[in-house]
Design a protein around this ligand. Structure first.
Ligand code: PPS
Length: 565
């Protein structure tokens, strides 16, 4: 039975749909964030049954205080719509609001019952048990959540659009129908935000045997912990691993949940969700729903707190928990075991997520006992070693410092190596093709440098080499570019530190003479600032080094970091 007795379906019929579309022309709109879109989808398709909308303050308070809705139904997690203060000021109870995706597509109408200011400290302590911002849930609450919540009933108009893995995106009703069709009377749910390695595979197989049940493998593809492996890669891994299960024993379905990582409360929430998908059993692993370590290196939650909480509630919610300790590999027996099931004298092996990432980054072998060859192949495709990743070499320095000349030497060297596509974004080229309408005010320079950064980040993402050589005089815009590019590959900032008097002395373009004569205003180094990079990856001064020698310094740094071999 679904949680609360009945599977909720908030989608309206065609007639009502038309009425709501007409109504939407006359009511205010709220554009939803990624997390709110996830919540809305799961409200609308019944994953969050018995909820019929974003929580009102009464349900919210009751959830914070006692993990129950106002009517006493167990529910551990606030599911609320937050808005910024200005937006809250424009809304009032009794009004209807169109909920839209970022493109403006209307998904639902919310009938506002309640608007109230968020007490963030209180919510943080109640839900997460901490205000430490290294906790992703707390970080989201403090830094990405508006000031007010808006609660009320929802009428669904359109489901959020997804164009990927459509055949794997099943609603609770679809999963229930599929299980019934296959004759599955008991189903054990497994939730994950990681690729399925041998340890997790073994855990699911054991759970199926223990519960005499089929398996619903239901990975999260909404928001997970920042830094997790992207879900496209993970889903390809799951698809490969499904072949290792006995035939017709399991079903893979994706859950667009925005996880809060709230440890035990999160685990209880996951169990209720799986109940709505028709599961009779639910696997709870070590530190289920927890985000790992806090700012002092201590776990946020006791690794088995989720087991305790769920055992306490399993009878009331009507889903049986299959608890697991950490799975460890015993090489002598060539098998995985729950840690407590093997004696202390038997040697064991484990590999942490960080160790796995390091092996991938350096291109080293991933042991076969740890995962399946197909998973290794997918992970290698998504996380190539550094010498196959893209990178940006970002020269910065005064006009005439020698940036373009060194950039050209480097460009030729990379072409000579021939293992990646190379693009030279020299200041002149950029000013001609990308930024021809821009001048040299602070605002325009920032736009210019950001455009260069954007193009370089696209090149880096697609595993090419971008060489940029603008003056880029301001530290802030250089930092923003670094942040943008580092999520895709390497960023090597090279300060061409040739002093001003040398640049002005060389004055190849005669431009310093003009600037000094006041014919050019706001010239970098003369009457406009150059903020010297504090920690560039390399610093070269062309008074002392030839262009070849300078380029060599950069190549050595790239080699040291593993981007070239
Ligand atoms: S910025 O600040 O990064 O947007 O500048 P950039 O796109 O690299 O352009 C610098 C070249 O434009 C010429 N120029 C000026 N430089 C600095 N300040 C002012 N006001 C200015 N006006 C024109 C200058 O010759 C730079 O050429 P390079 O190739 O750096 O010598």
């Amino acid at each position: 039975m679904p949680h609360g007795g009945e599977l909720v379906d908030l989608m309206t019929d065609e007639e009502r749909n038309g009425v709501l579309k007409d109504l939407s022309l006359h009511i205010p709109s709220v554009v939803l964030s990624e997390r709110q879109l996830c919540d809305l989808e799961l409200l609308m398709n019944g994953t969050f049954s018995p909820l019929t909308g974003f929580m009102t303050s009464q349900d919210y308070e009751s959830v914070l205080d006692r993990m129950r809705l106002q009517d006493g139904t167990i529910w551990p997690m606030p599911v609320c719509l937050d808005v910024p203060e200005v937006e809250a000021g424009r809304l009032e109870a009794g009004q209807s609001v169109a909920l839209r995706d970022p493109e403006g597509f209307m998904l639902a109408v919310l009938h506002v019952e309640d608007i109230w200011p968020i007490e963030k400290e209180r919510e943080g302590q109640a839900v997460y048990g901490t205000m430490d911002t290294t906790h992703p849930g707390v970080d989201y609450l403090l830094h990405h959540t508006g000031s007010h919540y808006v609660g009320g009933r929802i009428e669904g108009v359109n489901m959020p659009l997804h164009f990927d893995f459509k055949q794997l995106r099943l609603s609770p009703l679809e999963v229930r129908m599929m299980c019934a069709k296959l004759g599955w009377r008991r189903t054990v749910g497994f939730q994950t935000r990681n690729p399925l390695h041998r340890a997790q595979f073994e855990m699911t197989m054991r759970a199926m045997r223990a519960a005499k049940a089929n398996l619903l493998l239901q990975p999260i593809v909404g928001r997970t912990k920042p830094g997790d492996i992207d879900y496209y890669t993970r889903v390809r891994c799951y698809q490969e691993v499904t072949r290792h299960y006995p035939p017709n024993m399991m079903l893979l379905s994706l859950l667009p949940l925005a996880a809060r990582m709230a440890g035990p409360r999160e685990a209880l929430w996951h169990a209720l969700i799986r109940k709505n998908y028709g599961c009779t059993h639910f696997i709870v692993g070590r530190d289920h729903g927890g985000p790992g370590l806090d700012k002092n290196g201590k776990p946020f939650y006791d690794p088995y707190a989720s087991h305790d909480l769920l055992s306490q509630y399993q009878d009331e919610i009507g889903i049986e928990i299959v608890p697991f300790e950490e799975m460890v590999y015993a090489p002598e027996k060539e098998q995985y075991f729950p840690r407590g099931e093997i004696s202390d004298d038997i040697k064991i092996k484990t590999l942490s997520g960080t160790e796995l990432r390091n092996l991938l980054r350096s291109g080293l072998d991933i042991p076969a006992w740890f995962t399946f060859p197909e998973v290794i192949e997918e992970l290698r495709k998504a996380y190539p070693p550094r010498h196959k990743q893209g990178f940006t070499v970002f020269f910065t320095g005064l006009s005439g410092a020698g940036k373009s000349t060194i950039a050209k030497v480097l460009f030729s060297r990379f072409l000579e190596m021939g293992d990646r596509p190379v693009t030279l974004l020299d200041g002149d080229i950029v000013r001609r093709h990308l930024s021809s309408e821009l001048g040299f005010s602070k605002e325009h320079r920032d736009i210019n440098v950001k455009r260069i950064g954007f193009v370089a980040s696209e090149i880096t993402k697609n595993r090419g080499i971008a060489i940029c050589a603008p003056i880029a005089p301001y530290a802030l815009s250089r930092r923003q570019i670094r942040e943008m590019i580092e999520s895709y590959g390497g960023f090597i900032e090279v300060h061409v530190a040739t002093p001003l008097d040398v640049c002005a002395e060389r004055d190849r373009k005669g431009i310093y003479a003009k600037a000094r004569a006041g014919l050019i205003k706001g010239f970098t180094g003369i009457d406009d600032p150059y903020e010297v990079p504090e920690k560039p990856e390399a610093r070269v001064d062309t008074t002392e080094l030839s262009p070849d020698e300078s380029a060599q310094e950069v190549l050595l740094e790239l080699q040291r970091q593993g981007y070239i071999r």
